[in-house]
Design a protein around this ligand. Structure first.
Ligand code: GUN
Ligand code: ZN
Length: 433
């Protein structure tokens, strides 16, 4: 079997750094050995070099840092071209920019062109897995999966469901949304590395009939993902209260329809209360914290202390185009500041865990991605500590792993991503780009 080896500094995880001081595993002179798209071994070069076969291709990346591929748990590919569109808050932003932009995705050529660009932009940022919202059009999901499959990425995506409170031209019906989602699940879920996410946009844009259809699909397919938005903005929370007066809270609407469970991922989770957080923790539903979006749209500040106390699973996400960067490094930068505003010190080591192994664990994908452990799919990023003159000067003075990672998180972006690998194949090279 052909082997390839990547000799570099390595960072991987065997637990949550907030819970165990030994969770981060760092090798100053390390190697990742890849066979057949999977990691066959990783660790110290001195311990593993004898395992290399004669003729194994050894990539010498000794001045670089290899980390597991980043996982972005909430992003909208159709909003790629409308990133950085200003509006006074979420609801006007949806009306003014988002819905008119998403209308264009009934056109298959536009959808495919955008999906191809989007996938390249993820890889350029070191993101190898994302949970992706498409539009209401089923061909928009075909376009995204086609682009991802071409690069052999582990990707999770779904067609948006919305049958009310949006322009007529973007509406499905409870029945057509059910049928289209079922067809897409059949076509794409677990096809190679592709996985399906049932995607009701958010409670205000689905009728009770549509949420019941979601419940039925979720029950019929226990291993698909579910993704939606919850408690992002106070006007939105108020609106949900009016629309669903019988439900205790916004989150409780999803709970009522059986949509809180493992592999269910909810964007934002800013305005949850204690009971909501307990329900997330009990059911294994996951919060996708989207700091660049929350700051940009003025939605609010995610409370890291309360999230940690409740033990609800938390991950990091960009939420492009509400989010302002594809980069998970920039997302860490803003997550750190949002946490600081709440008096919580979020370390860089923990943010790297949240964006890799922590996300994989929360998404029930830890046996496949998120670490450099043997048998993992070989998705990883090669980071360049000298990517910019400033980063070079700062990382040269780093006296600990935490300082090195903190410099990447605060000063890094796509320029810091030297190469990206998916299933052992190089899918982005900064030099070649
Ligand atoms: N809530 C409903 N739809 C959206 C969306 O597209 N982006 C964000 N940030 N929030 C939403
Ligand atoms: Zn979103």
């Amino acid at each position: 079997m052909t082997q390839s080896a990547f000799r570099a500094q390595l960072l991987t995880f065997n637990g949550d750094p907030a819970q165990s001081p030994d969770a981060a595993r760092f090798f100053d002179d390390g190697v990742v050995i890849v066979e057949d798209g999977r990691v066959s071994a990783s660790g110290a070069w001195s311990a593993l070099k004898d395992r290399l076969h004669e003729g194994a291709l050894v990539h010498d990346l000794r001045d670089k840092l290899i980390v597991p591929g980043f996982i972005d748990t909430h992003i909208h590919y159709p909003q790629t071209d409308m990133i950085a569109s200003p509006a006074p808050g979420l609801l006007p932003w949806l009306e003014t920019y988002t819905f008119p932009t998403e209308r264009g995705f009934e056109n298959e050529a536009l959808a495919q062109d955008t999906a191809n660009f989007f996938v390249d932009e993820l890889l350029k940022s070191g993101t190898t897995t994302a949970l992706v919202y498409c539009t209401v059009h089923k061909q928009s999901a075909d376009a995204l999966f086609t682009a991802s499959e071409a690069k052999n990425l582990r990707m999770v995506a779904g067609k948006v469901l919305m049958d009310r409170h949006c322009p007529e031209f973007l509406r499905d019906t409870a029945q057509s949304g059910y049928d289209d989602s079922a067809e897409l699940i059949g076509r794409w879920h677990n096809k190679g590395r592709q996985m399906y996410a049932l995607t009701p946009r958010f409670a205000p844009t689905s009728t009770e009939a549509q949420l019941e259809a979601c419940e039925a699909l979720a029950r019929a397919h226990g291993d698909i993902f579910i993704q939606s938005h919850v408690a992002e903005n106070l006007d939105e929370v108020k609106w949900v209260k009016e629309l669903f007066p019988r439900q205790r809270s916004y989150l409780d609407v999803y709970d009522h329809y059986g949509l809180l469970r493992r592999r269910a991922v909810y964007g934002h989770c800013i305005w949850l209360d204690e009971e909501d957080r307990q329900r997330m923790a009990q059911t294994g539903a996951v919060a996708a914290h989207c700091p660049t979006s929350n700051l940009f749209l003025g939605s609010g500040l995610f409370d890291f202390d309360k999230a940690s106390e409740s033990q609800m699973p938390v991950t990091l996400a960009t939420d492009v185009g509400g989010g302002t960067s594809f980069s998970m490094l920039q997302t860490m930068n803003e997550a750190h500041k949002v946490a600081r505003m709440g008096g919580h010190h979020l370390t860089a080591t923990r943010m790297f865990w949240l964006a890799t192994a922590g996300a994989a664990q929360a998404l029930d994908l830890a046996d496949k991605i998120g670490t450099l452990a043997p048998q993992s799919e070989a998705d990883f990023v090669v980071l360049d500590p000298k990517a910019t003159p400033l980063l070079a000067r700062r990382t040269a003075r780093a006296e600990s792993l935490e300082e090195l990672l903190f410099a990447f998180a605060l000063l890094g972006d796509d320029r810091a991503v030297f190469e990206t690998y998916a299933a052992g194949a190089r899918v982005h090279s900064r030099e070649a780009a």
